[in-house]
Every structure is written in structure tokens, then in C-alpha cells.
Design a protein around this ligand. Structure first.
Ligand code: GLA
Length: 588
């Protein structure tokens, strides 16, 4: 059995100095049939370790659940890391940030409004204890001292940027040890004095997160930790994208220089990200530092391995730099071939209104509940009430989280966007009928004090100052879209000329050649796409991304079924697959 320890100046693997050259790869952002390929390419770049967060909320969609199957089979992921001869770093959070919904904290944790997160608070600690106990069988047996790949486990995540509750860090550390974690424990913080002070405890090995000026940042870390190996646990080599923003890139030569400086200092590194992957489904997070900004579907991150798993210029530049400090393997990944380009037409349309019953059940309330209060953790919900105005009317909502399309008797009246701080909408004078609001949770905030905030309509909801009462809320199951395939099957093919949302539309296609695809969404408005039941995630005309990545393993040679939910409208019914991703305009 192996051993891994913190030495005077270095990490010690089986008693010998060991420099960690790691890359971040989140199993939950990559199709499980592609894990092995990505891990192999990590080794081929010269990495000796793979780091992953654990996304608690992905494993535990409901209190008590703990799913370790398919794309959530962390044990299999770690076994693949070991099979490639690599080591592993596991960062179970419980808070992970990571541009992931709620920073990984399950939405159900917040439902009674009483939990105190990321501190020593009994309800939070009880839930975290259950989570760690559920995770233990996966992690404990795969530590290096039991013959597995795991050499380090991280406690919390950049805690110094959030809190200062040492009792919480102590209890989380004790819990980590109690479930059987024996490898060294680390913390990560931005290398600022106050954050390094707040974010760790004696006995936890401090590491830093940064993307440049390594010597200076490592010196700051050294001031807080006189002995032990220096490590950058998140060496940022790109950045995430938000809807409505630019696509972030960092030049390969600059990144390679920065990595060279870090390695020249003798430090260990975890490159964040080695391969970013995709926020499939409704898993993306959001930021809100005064303005709400949801994270895009692509988590390409301008990483060395792009969203589709192909090596970029950064990959080769990093490989060259790493080769100066560590042995490289002889084998390298093959150059990527362009994806097949072809087009199909949408064949059938189903107005959302016609299939509501298949997607969820409504419940009645005097006041509009939040989506959370209605038991929903992600996606869209339909709110419904009736209005009867004598004259002009203004609908006012205290806060919309995060986007509400307003309809009167199924006629669109307008959209309220949280990002624009929209709160009011004029109604037609004398309006009388059914008022419906199709509300989208565009992604839960993953950083700062807004973690865990409820979604949906945040009341009161008034017309001309008078609260609207007698509401129905219907959470829509847009993860599995139950019954939609059957509803399409029951419909004869039709001549589809335009796509007026909110509506589902379907196209069937054969695959010209095996491999990944890039779906061009630039002619569509806003919505969600599924292929063969696999939810690719959201698209939005405002970009930056104009394509969605389709992992090859969800496709079959013939009879593929694409379903799109268009919330707005599209003047074309053409569906185009293009040879390469288009992730949007770059920063000036
Ligand atoms: C911090 C967090 C990560 C991630 C990056 C930005 O370092 O620890 O989870 O959010 O920022 O991508």
C-alpha cells in the first residue's frame, strides 16, 4: 500500500518527494462514456493527477437520495483515473462554487428557510454528515493508503472568501476524518492575507488559487505556512462565460509562461480547468454582485482540452512546459477531425399549452408560492391566476427569479427579466381572463451571500397595488420531459414553417459519421434541447455561445430524435449541425 504525506518542503509519495501536476476534470460535466478518453489525454499532456469536485446536489436531488449511477458514478471515474496510472484529488465541498447551481448545495436544504449554511449550524451539519457518510464508501476505499488513487482531500472551498467560523472548519475536518479519510487534508484560498487567515486551520495544508504572478502569490502563501510544499490548487487558465457576455479566452503562450513560472518555483499545481465540459440540463450556476448573471451552458473555459475533448494550442504549449519538469509519455492524442455538417428540418410542433398535464401537476395557493415551496429545484414553472380589470392595469412583482414570460389568455404580453431588474408590466385596459407566467430559474447563484435563495415569483404580486390571489403553480419536469415523445408519436407529420413559442418541436435524423456534433442554435430564440432524451442544456440567442455540444455517446447511427423547447420564437425550422463550436465573440 502506498503513502502520501506533507513533508518539510515537498509532498512525499511512499516517502519520496513528489510534485503534483494535476488538472481539474469534473465528472459531472462530461458524458461518462467519455471519461476514459479525457483522463488518457490528461496523462498524455504530462499530468500525473486528476482533480474533481463532488457536486452534492447532483447526487442528492432529494433529501435522502444518493445517486451514484451513470454520470454520477464517481467510483468508476476514480477507477478510470487509477487505470490510467494517475492519482486523484477529491474536493467534496460541501460547497464547491464551480459555476455550478448553488455551488453544489442541494436546493432542498433551504426549503424551511431556517438552515444556516457554511457554518457550524445544527441543521446544516446534520445534512453534511449524511452526505459525507453516503460519500464515504466511494472515497475511503480509493485512498492511496488502501491501494487507490486518492492522495488529497480538500475541506470546504475558498472558505476565507465567505466566512470565518473556525468551529465549522474544525467540525468538517473531524467529520472528514471520522468517515475514514486518512490522506492529507487541504484548504484553498485566494492568496490574500485575510482570506488565508480565515479559510484554514492548523493541521490542514493551505494552498492557493490564482492564474498569474505565481512567485508573488506563492510568497503570500509561504508567509502563512512556513513549511510544507507550495501548491496552487486552482491555476486558472481560462474563465467561465455568462449569458449576454463575451467568450473568455487566455492566449496559450501567456498561459504556458505562467505555468512555467509556477513550476520553476518548485510548486505543485492543479490546472483549473484541464477540461471544462458542459453544464448539461439545468445545472449551471449564476453570479449576482448587484446584477444577476447566469452561467452559459458551455463550460469550455478555454481549457487545454476543449469542451468536445479535443486538444487546443494550450494543450500542446502546456505539454512542452511540463516536459521541462517531468517525464512525458511517447503517445499523444490524435488531431480532432471536424464534426459532420448537415441539416434537417423540424417535423412536428407541440404547443407547450397542449402538453402541460404531461409535464407536471398543479397545486393551488392563495398567494403565489416560490418554486422551492412547490418542491422544485430547477427549471421552469407555470403560474396561473385570473384577472378582471375595470380600466388600465399594471402588474407588479416584488422580484422575478429569474425570468417571467407573461400571457393573457395565452397571448404574450411581455417578459420580465431579473437581470434587467424588471418588476412591472402594463396590462391591456379592461383585461379579463387567465393570466399565466412561465417562470424560468436560470441558474442558482453559486458564490456569495445569495446561495440558496428561492426561485420563482417572489411576492407580493399585485395589479394596481392589490395582491392577486388564488394561484396555481405547476412545476414542469423538463429534465425527463415525460410523455413528450409519445405526444409527438401520436401526431401526424406536418408542414412546419415557423416556430412560435412556447412550443416543443421535433426532428429526426441519421448520423453521417460517428462522433460528437455541434448544434447551431443561432437562428433560435431561447430554450432547451434534448437528443434521444439527453438534455443538452439551454440555448439563448444573446450568446455568447451559438452552438451546443452534443456528446457522441448520446447519438446512434439512425433514428436520432431531437426535441427543442423554444420559449420565444424562431423564423426558421431548419436544424443545422456545424463542423466546429462557435462559443461567441471574444473580449476586445
Ligand atoms: C474559484 C472557485 C472555483 C471556480 C473558480 C472560477 O476559484 O474555487 O470553484 O468557481 O473560482 O472559475
Amino acid at each position: 500500500m502506498g503513502s502520501f504525506a506533507i513533508g518539510e518542503r515537498e509532498f512525499l509519495l511512499d516517502g519520496e518527494p513528489f510534485r503534483i501536476i494535476s488538472g481539474a476534470l469534473h465528472y459531472f460535466r462530461v458524458h461518462p462514456d467519455q471519461w476514459a478518453d479525457r483522463i488518457r489525454k490528461a496523462r498524455q499532456m504530462g499530468l500525473n493527477t486528476i482533480e474533481t469536485y463532488v457536486a452534492w446536489n447532483a447526487h442528492a436531488p432529494a433529501d435522502g437520495d444518493f445517486d451514484l449511477t451513470g454520470g454520477l458514478d464517481l467510483g468508476r471515474f476514480l477507477d478510470l483515473v487509477a487505470a490510467e496510472g494517475l492519482y486523484a484529488i477529491v474536493r467534496p465541498g460541501p460547497y464547491i462554487c464551480a459555476e455550478w447551481a448553488n455551488g453544489g448545495l442541494p436546493a432542498w436544504l433551504f426549503r424551511d428557510g431556517a438552515v444556516g449554511i457554511r457554518r457550524d449550524e445544527p441543521r446544516f451539519m446534520a445534512a453534511v454528515t449524511r452526505y459525507y457518510e453516503q460519500l464515504a464508501p466511494v472515497v475511503v476505499a480509493r485512498q492511496v493508503d488502501r491501494g487507490g488513487p486518492i492522495i488529497l482531500v480538500q475541506v470546504e472551498n475558498e472558505y476565507g472568501a465567505y466566512g470565518a467560523d473556525k468551529s465549522y472548519l474544525r467540525k468538517l475536518t473531524e467529520l472528514t476524518r471520522r468517515i475514514g479519510v486518512t490522506v492529507p487534508l487541504t484548504t484553498v484560498d485566494q492568496p490574500l492575507d485575510d482570506m488565508l487567515d480565515r479559510g484554514s486551520l492548523p493541521g490542514l495544508h493551505k494552498t492557493a488559487s490564482f492564474g498569474s504572478r505565481a512567485a508573488e502569490r506563492l510568497a503570500a502563501l509561504r508567509r502563512h505556512q512556513p513549511t510544507g510544499p507550495l501548491m496552487c490548487s486552482e491555476f486558472w487558465n481560462g474563465w467561465f462565460d455568462s449569458w449576454g457576455g463575451v467568450h473568455h479566452v487566455t492566449p496559450a503562450d501567456q498561459c504556458a509562461r505562467e505555468l512555467g513560472e509556477l513550476l520553476e518555483c518548485g510548486a505543485s499545481v492543479n490546472i483549473y480547468m484541464f477540461h471544462g465540459g458542459t453544464n448539461f440540463g439545468f445545472t449551471n450556476g449564476a453570479n449576482d454582485k448587484g446584477t444577476y448573471r447566469p452561467i452559459a451552458t458551455s463550460y469550455d473555459y478555454d481549457a487545454p482540452l476543449d469542451e468536445a475533448g479535443d486538444p487546443t494550442a494550450k494543450y500542446w504549449a502546456y505539454r512542452e512546459v511540463i516536459g521541462r519538469y517531468a517525464p512525458l509519455s511517447d503517445d499523444v492524442p490524435a488531431a480532432a477531425a471536424p464534426a459532420p455538417a448537415f441539416g434537417v428540418r423540424l417535423g412536428k410542433v407541440l404547443p407547450l399549452w397542449d402538453v402541460l398535464d404531461r409535464l407536471g401537476k398543479g397545486s393551488e395557493h392563495d398567494e403565489p408560492p416560490t418554486m422551492d415551496a412547490a418542491g422544485q429545484s430547477a427549471g421552469l414553472a407555470l403560474y396561473r391566476t385570473e384577472i378582471d380589470l375595470a380600466g388600465p392595469g399594471v402588474l407588479h412583482i416584488a422580484e422575478v427569479r429569474d425570468r417571467a414570460q407573461v400571457f393573457l389568455d395565452r397571448q404574450a404580453l411581455g417578459t420580465l427579466e431579473r437581470e434587467h431588474k424588471d418588476r412591472s408590466l402594463a396590462l391591456p385596459a379592461g383585461a379579463r381572463g387567465v393570466l399565466e407566467l412561465l417562470v424560468e430559474d436560470q441558474g442558482r447563484v453559486d458564490y456569495g451571500p445569495r446561495l440558496g435563495e428561492p426561485k420563482g415569483l417572489i411576492g407580493p404580486v399585485t395589479v394596481n397595488g392589490e395582491p392577486l390571489r388564488r394561484w396555481e403553480i405547476r412545476p414542469l419536469d423538463l429534465v425527463t420531459i415525460p410523455g413528450i415523445t409519445e405526444a409527438f408519436a401520436a401526431r401526424p407529420p406536418e408542414e412546419v414553417t415557423v416556430l412560435a413559442g412556447p412550443a416543443f418541436a421535433e426532428a429526426e435524423f441519421d448520423l453521417p459519421a460517428p462522433g460528437d456534433l455541434f448544434l447551431d442554435t443561432s437562428a433560435w430564440g431561447k430554450g432547451v434541447v434534448w437528443i434521444n432524451g439527453f438534455c443538452l442544456g439551454r440555448y439563448w440567442s444573446r450568446g455568447p455561445q451559438q452552438t451546443l455540444h452534443v456528446p457522441g455517446p448520446v447519438l446512434r447511427p439512425s433514428g436520432n430524435r431531437l426535441v427543442v423547447l423554444e420559449l420565444q420564437a424562431s423564423g426558421t425550422t431548419q436544424v443545422d449541425f456545424v463542423p466546429a463550436p462557435r462559443l461567441g465573440p471574444l473580449e476586445e
